[in-house]
Design a protein around this ligand. Structure first.
Ligand SMILES: Nc1ncnc2c1ncn2[C@@H]1O[C@H](COP(=O)(O)OP(=O)(O)O)[C@@H](O)[C@H]1O
Ligand SMILES: [Mg+2]
Length: 280
């Protein structure tokens, strides 16, 4: 993959920055590897994975993990009415995202793999290793060339998330995504926010505010650029002198986590975060 080709893909996907990460991901996938993208929510893991899959001309099947996600959902199931009528014929099998991605040589994008139950993680092992998936009453699904797993996980310090087994980790290359710089985050917000015209000052304030939540002593987890997009859209809709503060009352509480020993006082937090309120 040449730098020029990576650039073309990045532009097509309107990817801001992330050129080194895109080339790293493309190198891994081209080499037939599976990749674990690690980084906080909203850092751009999905956007990057989609751009890379597209660059390689591969489709994407996406799975969002949670503690109750089942093996059967990942693999696929037999359609009950068809089985009743015709028995376990091949066509009665409805492929899940894993079987479909393997059959098509596509990328299986598994969000928050570490939150998935162990059974789900175990189904992935032979698929990733040997390109094999045994489906009871259906047969063996073999992976076409191009099949790869790109999984994401939040960094370890965010508790409440499980850990991947050593066996599974051994099948992945790790690519860490850090928060992007301020200028790049502004460009992402300008690209994402649905507002008429472009309000550079509002974008700059929203991005600065969101960035100040990260590493803030009152917070265990700060907000992503997604929060800045919301802030800008809502504040633009509200208008007026206190638009950003009003927007922040709605956009921030769902996107930050309070530190254990902190008083969850939103008003106090906003006074510290809002640029205009810092002045005496
Ligand atoms: N580098 C980037 N360039 C363009 N858009 C980005 C970039 N990083 C994040 N975004 C946008 O920000 C939002 C969050 O990114 P996403 O990929 O969904 O994050 P994650 O999967 O890590 O939670 C999406 O709307 C995405 O398009
Ligand atoms: Mg995502």
């Amino acid at each position: 993959m040449t730098a020029a080709r990576a650039e073309e893909i990045a532009l097509r996907h309107r990817l801001v920055g992330r050129r080194a990460e895109l080339r790293a991901l493309l190198a891994c996938l081209s080499a037939g590897r599976h990749v674990l993208l690690e980084g906080p929510v909203g850092v751009g893991k999905t956007a990057l994975a989609r751009a890379a899959a597209d660059a390689l001309g591969r489709g994407v099947h996406r799975v969002d993990g949670d503690g109750r996600y089942s093996e059967a959902r990942l693999v696929g199931h037999h359609d009950p009415p068809r089985v009743l009528r015709e028995g376990y014929v091949p066509d009665a099998f409805v492929p899940g995202p894993l079987a479909a991605a393997m059959a098509e040589g596509a990328v299986l994008l598994v969000n928050e793999l570490n939150r998935m139950p162990e059974g789900v993680q175990n189904v992935l092992l032979p698929a990733m290793d040997e390109g094999l998936l045994v489906v009871p009453r259906h047969g063996v699904v073999r992976a076409r060339e191009g099949f790869a797993v790109v999984a994401t996980q939040n960094p370890r310090e965010f508790v409440g998330t499980g850990h991947l087994s050593e066996a599974l980790l051994d099948r992945f290359e790790l690519l860490r995504l850090e928060w992007q710089g301020e200028e790049e985050e502004r460009r992402i917000v300008v690209k994402e926010a649905r507002i008429g015209g472009d309000d550079g000052a509002l974008v700059a304030e929203a991005v600065a505010m969101v960035r100040a939540t990260r590493g803030h002593p009152r917070l265990r987890r700060g907000a992503s650029v997604r929060a800045a997009v919301s802030l800008v859209e809502i504040a633009a809709g509200l208008g007026g002198a206190h638009a950003l503060e009003e927007a922040a009352r709605m956009a921030l509480p769902t996107r930050v986590e309070w530190a254990e020993d902190a008083d969850p006082d939103l008003g106090a937090l906003l006074r510290e975060l809002l640029p205009s309120k810092k002045k005496p």
